[in-house]
Design a protein around this ligand. Sequence first.
Ligand SMILES: Cc1cc2cn([C@H]3C[C@H](O)[C@@H](CO)O3)c(=O)nc2[nH]1
Length: 224
Amino acid sequence: KMSANNVKPFTVFVEGNIGSGKTTFLEHFRQFEDITLLTEPVEMWRDLKGCNLLELMYKDPEKWAMTFQSYVSLTMLDMHRRPASTPVKLMERSLFSARYCFVEHMMRNNTLHPAQFAVLDEWFRFIQHNIPIDADLIVYLKTSPSIVYQRIKKRARSEEQCVPLSYIEELHRLHEDWLINRIHAECPAPVLVLDADLDLSQITDEYKRSEHQILRKAVNVVMS
Ligand SMILES: Cc1cc2cn([C@H]3C[C@H](O)[C@@H](CO)O3)c(=O)nc2[nH]1
């Protein structure tokens, strides 16, 4: 048995639509010292050497989607590669949701030119075949588009205010194809589906369900 700090940690991707409560879910696990939490580096996307790539992308997607998704992928690869000294590592989203949900959508609605999509897809395939980025478990915060659309309005993250419901609906379908219909064989991790339509007061029971599954697996990793 290798020492705790160089055994591959039990890796969990927390996936879900915009506004599905991923950050809130991850914060719930801050109470456990055996878990490393890697939240989505949105602040890096909002300030790369003074440039707000998130805002540029939402304001002019045809011009900036490639630049934005390239940088998102780099920051996600950094998170995948980051060693964890704890038996469990929880990541908010992944290179898989980047490719199967966001980049896929931008290719289908021609926000990304086929040549741009092909380059992003080649980067994804190369990384996927050469670097161990797989999850041991995916927690899918499953939501209804209408519910998360209201949350996005209420949260009022400035860059997202122009996001139409149709975009949220399309992202939902792409998450369902990936995590429920399992159309992508490259990411075979088991999926724990949580009902993330529940509002904050009720969702703690849903978190408890995942807590048990995650911590039990973590014990196995440490004992293995
Ligand atoms: C992996 C990945 C995350 C991610 C987030 N986003 C957007 C959706 C939200 O408005 C914001 C924070 O998740 O960034 C995106 O356009 N492409 C992404 N790709």
